[in-house]
Design a protein around this ligand. Structure first.
Ligand SMILES: [Cu+2]
Length: 478
């Protein structure tokens, strides 16, 4: 349990919103089903091998070793979270819509869990799909304090084999050192200063070409492994596979590459879309893709790869259908991939869109930054505790107009609410419902959501060092 005292000294206690009581569970609306035992999740340190070298990282595991959670829609999300590491931590249930006190953002949702402490979570699961969990404390997520969070629902087909693919970028350099290096500048490309008029900055952002991958990683992981020793998953020749891809990377966007296979994309960030058939799909940081595959009848090994955007490096797993040799796959491709675009986003349509409605409130959020000093911001304000929350009111349809004035892409994530992409570069459409949308350099993306989950909520870039450098803000309503 988080102590009462810890809560009273937290920033939240001073907020006008009702502060959480002694533990998250007590503050939550009860689902009424107290007979369901809590799933125990433990924050741990663990060791992995990366290209033959061992590395100590974090993990979120059940006592039986299961990473994260697999559950079902309609069930209660009842979790007892134990902090077994030597530093405070708090876990965010990415894409879920809990009461805000259980959202897991330190200082926003509540205080972190001290070492040796625990917290309890209890809220209904409104929808199913592919989600994930990660620390929102310090730079822990960079060291793999993350895990899948899969919620089965009526989309599941018993005949379909489920394969979860978690993508991560990895560095042997501690995240604190990486962040310090970014702030010192060094190799950072130059960027328009804050004094430059916005229109000029947007023009530069569109024409000068993007700045990509500002952290140089040592390796890219697929389910904790590199292509030197990839995970090989047995599947049936002619069988059906549901691939749940989670981009749990800190800073890296990818092109998911199915090679000779074609896949049917049918959900993004857990939410159903009208199907899109392709063999290559963009996936930005924090996003998820649900892709259905029908495998050929002949025995064969099918690599499922993720190629870093604007780069030659890749990672992946192998689906081994029947007795077929698994060839070694190089960890680089011959030519650098393109930067991610919004071409797929423009084609996506939610299977269950929001009810069409005029916006009651519109917030324009310029995505801004000073690359030379590594300060990232929203409307030129780098977040700090004194920045007031953006105001919205319960029941409103809210639209957020995001205009990327920088030369880097920013995957923007809204906590506690699913949103619909309703406009890209002036063209209105009923796009995907999701929780994280990429805004590429110079582009304008508008999202809409219903203010139906009162509280104090985070909204931020999910490139972790951009988030840590200030591209973060909050919303509050009662
Ligand atoms: Cu960003």
């Amino acid at each position: 349990m988080i102590s009462r005292r810890a809560l009273l000294v937290s920033a939240l206690a001073a907020a006008s919103i009702r502060p959480p009581t002694a533990c998250a569970q007590a503050a939550a609306p009860r689902s009424g089903d107290s007979t369901v035992p809590a799933t125990i999740l433990q924050l741990q340190r663990r060791t992995i091998q990366v290209n033959g070298k061992s590395a100590t990282v974090f993990g979120i595991r059940q006592p039986d070793g299961t990473s994260g959670i697999i559950t079902e829609v309609g069930k209660t999300f009842r979790v007892h979270l134990e902090n077994n590491i030597d530093q405070p931590s708090l876990i965010h249930w990415h894409g879920l819509t809990p009461p805000y006190q259980q959202d897991g953002v330190p200082g926003i949702s509540g205080p972190p869990i001290p070492p040796g402490g625990s917290a309890d979570y209890d809220f209904p699961l409104r929808f199913g799909g592919t989600f994930w969990m990660h620390s929102h404390q310090g730079l822990q997520e960079q060291s793999l304090m993350l895990a899948p969070l899969i919620i089965h629902d009526d989309r599941d087909r018993p005949s379909e084999q489920e394969v979860v693919l978690m993508l991560n970028d990895f560095s042997f350099t501690p995240p604190e050192e990486i962040f310090a290096g970014l702030k010192k500048g060094g190799s950072m490309p130059k960027m328009a200063s804050m004094a430059t008029p916005a229109a000029a900055m947007i023009a530069t952002a569109q024409t000068a070409g993007p700045d990509l991958n500002d952290v140089k990683y040592d390796a890219f992981l697929a389910n904790d492994r590199t292509l030197a020793d990839p995970e090989v998953i047995k599947v049936e020749p002619g069988g059906k596979v549901l691939l749940r891809v989670i981009n749990g990377s800190s800073m890296s966007n990818y092109h998911l590459d199915l090679g000779q296979l074609k896949g049917e994309l049918n959900a993004v960030d857990g939410f159903r879309t009208a199907p899109v058939m392709a063999s290559r799909f963009p996936i930005a940081v924090a996003q998820r893709l649900d892709i259905r595959l029908t495998l050929p009848r002949e025995p064969a090994a099918h690599p499922v790869l993720a190629v870093l955007e604007g780069d030659r490096r890749q990672t992946g797993i192998v689906l081994a259908a029947g007795p077929a040799p698994v060839a070694r796959i190089a960890d680089t491709v011959s030519t650098p991939s393109a930067a991610l675009t919004l071409d797929l986003e423009r084609r996506l349509h939610a299977a269950e869109p929001l009810r069409p409605r005029k916006a009651d409130r519109v917030h324009t959020l310029n995505l801004t930054g000073d690359m030379a000093r590594y300060i990232w911001s929203i409307n030129n304000i780098a977040w700090n505790k004194d920045v007031p929350p953006l105001s919205i009111a319960k029941g409103e349809r809210v639209e957020l107009v995001m205009i990327n004035q920088t030369r880097m892409p920013h995957p923007m994530h809204l906590h506690g609410h699913e949103f619909e992409v309703v406009e890209i570069d002036g063209k209105r459409f009923a796009g995907a419902v999701r929780d994280t949308v990429l805004v590429t350099p110079g582009r304008r993306v508008v999202i809409a959501f219903d203010a139906n989950n009162p509280g104090l909520w985070a909204f931020h870039c999910h490139l972790l060092y951009h988030l840590d450098a200030g591209m973060f803000t909050t919303f509050r309503y009662v």
